[in-house]
Write a protein that binds this ligand. Sequence first.
Ligand SMILES: [Zn+2]
Length: 429
Amino acid sequence: MSILIKRATILTQNSKRTQLQGDLYIEGQTITEISSKPLTNEADYKIDGTDTLVMPGLINTHTHIPMTLLRGYADDMLLNKWLEERIWPVEAKLTKKTIGAGTRLGLLEMIASGTTSFLDMYFFEDTIARITKKAGLRGFLGVPILDFGTPECTFEQLFPKADSFIKKWKNDSLITPLIAPHATYTCKPENLQRSKELADKHDVLLHMHCAETRDEVYNIQRRYGVRPVEQLKKYGLLSERMILAHCGWITKGEILDIKEGGAKVSHNPVSNMKIGTGGYTPIPELLEARVPVGLGTDGAASNNVLDMFDTMKFCALAHKQHRWDPTILPSQTVVDFATIGGATCLNRNKDIGSLEEGKRADIILLDLHKPHLIPHHNLVSHLVYAAHGSDVNTTIANGTPLMVDRQFTTLDYEKTLADAETCAKELTS
Ligand SMILES: [Zn+2]
């Protein structure tokens, strides 16, 4: 399939952060031409880009996609109570059917709000992978490891399952399998080590929750005599494979450990603020140490949306307010987190995260002809402070249009919503 986008404003996010007025051509899965001169190539799809911003698809570096079914089910609670009394009892009842319904709902929401890649950790990850591939998004999907097993299988079955999941999806064009030891408080040292060995064996990424709350840090210190990041360092998990979600309670020494190991950080400002974790991921210090940073929404039970525009705005505002300094996090830096920064976290900045000839065609189009986006003084500023996910009118992933003029091509909108409502009621009744 070929697609020609004409007369658009193109935000490339290349190394020079070039913006231009012009045309963009996609052939198969690849961006083959970006030009400020009119292109006349033949194309299966032609899109008029007047009043439209074309930019890289957004990259969500931490979520639990089927948790869309628990959106609004348990809010305004303390984290422990929230998990133990509301979330875990419902999760124990999950089946392939409910996981499927929640996944489709999450995928639909992401396509509708301009996300083309996401990093996920949840149960029944093989079901999530099959549905994600069919829906056409790029999924970085991790089988979670927990000392006490998961609703899907016993602990004894977990590592064999992770092994076969990785083998099954290793060479897929859209699905990138990985291993996700849940956290240092749910994985004993032996299981951290086994996770690392499996990641090394298959040359895949590792993804974990880390230093999300102060309680977690105290508990790990009490149990092991070290802080969470130090625990990961001790067992060799701080490597270029590792993406750490949260890091709201880390010290300057731990930032250096992360830097030296080559690990990356996924910042989830909305989830942290909603749960009231109290810690602020030290973004300026991480940037100073040149640690790659991406943005995540976390699951819809603690956000409560998967809209990355929303997350970009909270990210910028939270740090300005916290540091009493409006210059601390410019909008360009925040847009970088959601695009090329996320791609760098996933070790995929060579083929996604920016619009450049030869890169994969993961592209979104925003309608700029709206009252809240006029005038067009600074479109990068608009992306962070003024735009919403609903301003995206077209989403293309790997060269395939998944939404064109707000019409979905791979998912049935009405059926997805109805199934999700039914399954959510079944789960929580
Ligand atoms: Zn999470």
